[in-house]
Design a protein around this ligand. Sequence first.
Ligand code: GCO
Length: 390
Amino acid sequence: MTISFPNGFTWGTATAAHQVEGGNWNNDWWEFEHTAGTGTTEPSGDACESFTRYPEDIAMLAGLGFGAYRFSLEWSRIEPEENEWSSAALDHYRRMITTCRDHGLLPVVTFHHFTNPRWVAADGGWANSAVVDRFARFCERAVVHLGDEIGMACTINEPNIVSLMGYLIGAFPPGQRDMAAYEQVNENLKAAHRKGYDAIKAGPGNFPVGSCVAMGDWWIPAGAEDALARTQHMHETQHLEVAAGDDFIGVQAYSRTRLDERGMPLGPEEGVETLDMGYEYWPQSLEVALRHAAAVTGSPIYVTENGIGTTDDAQRVRFVTDALEGVGRCLDDGIDVRGYFYWSLMDNFEWALGYMPRFGLIAVDRETQARSPKPSAHWLGEIARNNKLG
Ligand code: GCO
């Protein structure tokens, strides 16, 4: 299948501060990694040392042929204590943004990617409604310092994963399993997206802003469609609805969720290949997610994350090929998809699973921090350069 993507289609890769920078000790994830019984595999430690190595990372990304880099701000560096602001940290992120510009890359800045400063976590984190104004104030202070050079902004990365993993499954901070807290957290995350969006739009610069929602394909036994609608709305659609009409919606899709007739989660289907992440090899999830996001939001769409954690780089190429063919079918049907960001630029800290899953286009030697582009990096970089698959 040959796909020529629309003129101006954005090709990028994504990372997140805590997963690549190293030394983010002043946030809830660092604390969670060093707390017995949380189930985390290993601490993030130095990660990929990208806090200092970002110039090399950005130059490598541009050299491969990509046109954009999505990365996140670490709130705990910028506001280490409540209402105490670090100009040095803000200047650091401004240097990252201008380094992207110097290399012809669109800087796509995620304001929140899973981590909270310890002082926020210590006062209830996302379960305390005070977090809404705390996050909006952070957005306001950051955009004043950075906005004139930002290319695109994502408010909150995967709010639905923050609530699900932190307050229902308990595998992310604060490790709770409490439906009432989960529901309150979702309300606070939606309010925070709205106030953060407004704060960023009100600042300097003129760039699109959106939310980045974790999505996927869904399966439930025939006849249980009501349970599917209820469960999908709780875990996914409500975060699309709150973002409807924004400058764009970020779609982040990896696999499929299977439910029993009551809407409770099932594991992978018998006979379907599973990945290091424990979920199914299911590249068709992206097309399903794009169509759902278009139907719910009516907004322009960017694929702000899609990728595969695998040590088989040829499988990565097959996965992305299948996923991009789904993007092509959506474009053929008039769905306004404007870009694709592969997760991730480099192998990095995969949260509770540590460094085991290899999502990167670039391998990172855990001892020396040496970066080595995989064949898939050159393959996807050529697609980006030519704006064409096949
Ligand atoms: C997420 C996060 C990323 C993950 C990626 C692979 O979607 O969970 O945005 O931080 O590393 O998705 O799981």
